[in-house]
Design a protein around this ligand. Structure first.
Ligand code: ADP
Length: 410
């Protein structure tokens, strides 16, 4: 299973251990052990290998039965279990909310969090009764949490365990950050190069199709159908490539032009852009935009793309007869932009995934097209502007997407 960071979740040795074996967890500590641990976790720039080494070394340094690394999955706003040493089956990939349980609390904290007694925080107890968790922070960024665990009959975590974790966590976080950076830059370069290279053959095929269409004066039904299918395929491929290139450029901040933008003006032009389509397709589009300016610092073209994607989605997922409403206001130093619809809504368990790359709900009507990148682009642009975007939805009663951007005073 791979997560949004491209890391494959892994569990090293899921074998159940006999009680006799449990007793043999010995601490390896001292300069030699520290040196070995530091070398092991930095031996590879492959994120999976780095994580595997970290969970193994965490167990050895603290004489723990089990260990796990949870990483922040920003797209899902949750901590996801990405690697473990001797984990019970079925835990890898599971998610915990930030702020909840030992892991969620440790993520927000500064130092090691220990719970030695059987504790009501049951969601964490699947690793063991005694737990110690430490935030993984590198370059001032919170990446996740390292957790070690022991059973109820094993000894309590004490101050020397805490000292080991305090020493080890920053090193582990740095190793993860280095491996992730390397992975992201290789992946981004690959996407960029491949997308550029694919543009030429797609343009060639599209030109050839146009010629064919021109010279086939009276195509048969089969020829017509084949031409239409080929055109549809080419359109989809070039839209996908356009989205991928957009996303990579946005994430690298390539070509961003920052300046003062008035979201009220921007929304009025979005209203003009979509009103006719909405009318022709039996949807109502209501724009509630104040007369005064709603200023933010940003790239006007990109912010236009954000609102255009959200309104486009709301209209395309709302069946005829429905209504899409756009609201804008300034509140507590933020400009709040809302797009609500009376469409099918989004199930609760899917709401945290809709901003992930290529995620689409499974029961989509055939005629609704898309590659599952629109909301990823929206989120990326909003975050590049220091803002947030989220969805609230009641299945069957529509969805509301809200964008919050820091307002400019003047
Ligand atoms: P797509 O190109 O598929 O529209 P997006 O990234 O824009 O990709 O959206 C991801 C998925 O989220 C969509 O495929 C759809 O399942 C769901 N979705 C987005 N907006 C809405 C909405 N307003 N109402 C219902 N579902 C939505």
């Amino acid at each position: 299973m791979r997560n949004s960071l491209g890391l494959k979740e892994r569990n090293l040795s899921q074998r159940a251990l006999s009680p006799r074996k449990l007793k043999s967890y010995r601490r390896v500590s001292g300069p030699e052990a520290w040196h070995r641990a530091a070398l092991a976790i930095n031996a590879s720039l492959n994120p999976e290998d780095a994580l595997a080494a970290i969970v193994r070394q965490a167990c050895a340094l603290t004489a723990s039965r089990r260990s796990a690394v949870y990483l922040l999955n920003g797209e899902a706003d949750a901590l996801q279990l990405m690697a473990g040493h001797r984990l019970p089956d079925g835990l890898l990939g599971s998610r915990l909310s930030v702020g909840q349980g030992v892991v969620g609390k440790a993520f927000r904290g500064r130092s090691v969090l220990v719970t030695n007694a059987a504790d009501p925080l049951k969601q964490d107890q699947c690793l063991g009764h005694r737990l110690a968790a430490v935030p993984l922070v590198a370059r001032r960024k919170r990446l996740g949490v390292l957790q070690v665990a022991r059973g109820p009959k094993e000894r309590r975590f004490n101050s020397s365990d805490i000292a080991e974790l305090e020493w080890f966590a920053p090193l582990a976080a740095q190793a993860i950050a280095n491996a992730q950076d390397f992975y992201h830059s290789v992946r981004a370069d690959m996407i960029l190069t491949t997308s550029h290279e694919l543009r030429n053959p797609i343009n060639l095929a599209s030109g050839a199709l146009e010629l064919l269409e021109k010279y086939l004066e009276a195509p048969t039904a089969l020829q017509r159908e084949s031409l239409d299918l080929a055109k549809l395929g080419i359109e989809r491929a070039s839209a996908l490539i356009g989205d991928l290139l957009d996303l990579e450029c946005i994430e690298r901040r390539v070509g961003m032009r920052l300046g003062r933008c008035d979201c009220a003006v921007l929304l009025n032009s979005i209203g003009l852009e979509f009103r006719l389509w909405a009318q022709d397709h039996g949807r109502a589009l209501q724009m509630h935009v104040p007369d005064r300016p709603l200023r933010v610092w940003g790239d006007e073209r990109l912010l236009q793309q954000v609102m255009s994607n959200l309104v486009d989605n709301a209209l395309k997922y709302t069946p005829p007869g429905g209504c899409v409403t756009v609201d804008a206001r300034a509140e507590a130093g933020q400009v709040i932009l809302k797009v609500s619809d009376t469409g099918p809504g989004i199930p609760l368990d899917a709401q945290s995934y809709v901003f992930e790359r290529f995620y689409r709900l499974s029961d989509q009507p055939d005629e609704v097209k898309g590659a599952g990148l629109g909301l990823t682009i929206v989120k990326s642009i909003v975050e590049q502007h220091g803002g947030r975007v989220w969805v609230t939805s009641q299945p069957g009663q529509g969805s509301t997407f809200t964008v919050s951007l820091p307002a400019l005073d003047k």
